[in-house]
Write a protein that binds this ligand. Structure first.
Ligand code: CA
Length: 232
């Protein structure tokens, strides 16, 4: 077998968590590389050029945030941060610093594998051509005509709603922070206006969700942002 496995760099100081990640990654065809500190992680990243990084935010020597910033200076490698529950501020800061996604500990094997697949799909993705028609789950977007269909039914969106949905659709499966969404749709002056998002997400859900009270397409990530579900 000369199969080339995807190299995943795990930067995590807790041995049981590293063991769980190693076992899971090995069992699913990935090749884990392990580091127990930020310094070691950065060194191994340079040495091995991994295709994906799983990064714990609470490391003994340096903050995971700093590691994200440093990696981003020279690498586009997808970074998924691992963080304890209740540290939303840290997750948001890591995402804004260039991490691709996050997982809240404790997480299950399926959740981990799903996030890895999403991050790998987005790796080095070229911008979509202007005339593209693309679909995400039951949503179909015609970017040339600015037309949207959900479950084959046309949905009429305002220009702002359309931009919001199109940006989420281009990043389907990924969590987007409030800041990233506001910056993209309303511009750099509006990055603290999170109430815009609450209002517009409510509109979008009313127009698109089967049950707007229990959204299945536009998922809320409390304290962090939103994620467009990319599963059928
Ligand atoms: Ca830790």
């Amino acid at each position: 077998m000369s199969e080339v496995r995807t190299r995943v760099l795990v930067i995590e100081d807790e041995a049981p968590m590293r063991r769980f990640l190693r076992t899971t990654l090995n069992a699913h065809g990935y090749a884990p590389i392990e580091a127990a500190s930020a310094t070691e992680g950065l060194a191994l990243a340079t040495q091995h050029g991994p295709e994906l990084v799983l990064l714990d935010l609470g490391l003994p020597d340096r903050d995971g945030l700093e590691v994200t910033g440093e990696l981003r200076q020279w690498s586009e490698v997808p970074i998924i941060v691992l963080s304890a529950r209740g540290l939303e501020r840290d997750k948001v800061a890591a995402l804004d610093a260039g991490a691709d996604d996050y997982l809240t500990k404790p997480f299950g094997v399926n959740e981990l594998l799903a996030r890895i697949r999403v991050a790998m799909r987005h790796r080095g993705r070229a911008p979509l051509p202007a005339a593209a028609v693309w679909s995400v789950g039951p949503i179909e977007i015609d970017d040339a005509r600015h037309e949207v269909r959900v479950r084959q039914e046309p949905v009429h969106l305002t220009p702002i709603e359309y931009r919001l949905l199109a940006f989420m659709a281009r990043n389907a499966g990924r969590v987007l922070t409030h800041r990233q969404l506001l910056h993209e749709v309303w511009g750099p002056g509006a990055t603290s206006q999170t109430h815009y998002l609450r209002v517009y997400m409510t509109h979008l859900r009313r127009k698109m969700e089967r049950d707007p009270a229990r959204p299945a397409l536009i998922l809320n990530e409390p304290g962090v942002g939103y994620r467009l579900c990319d599963e059928p």
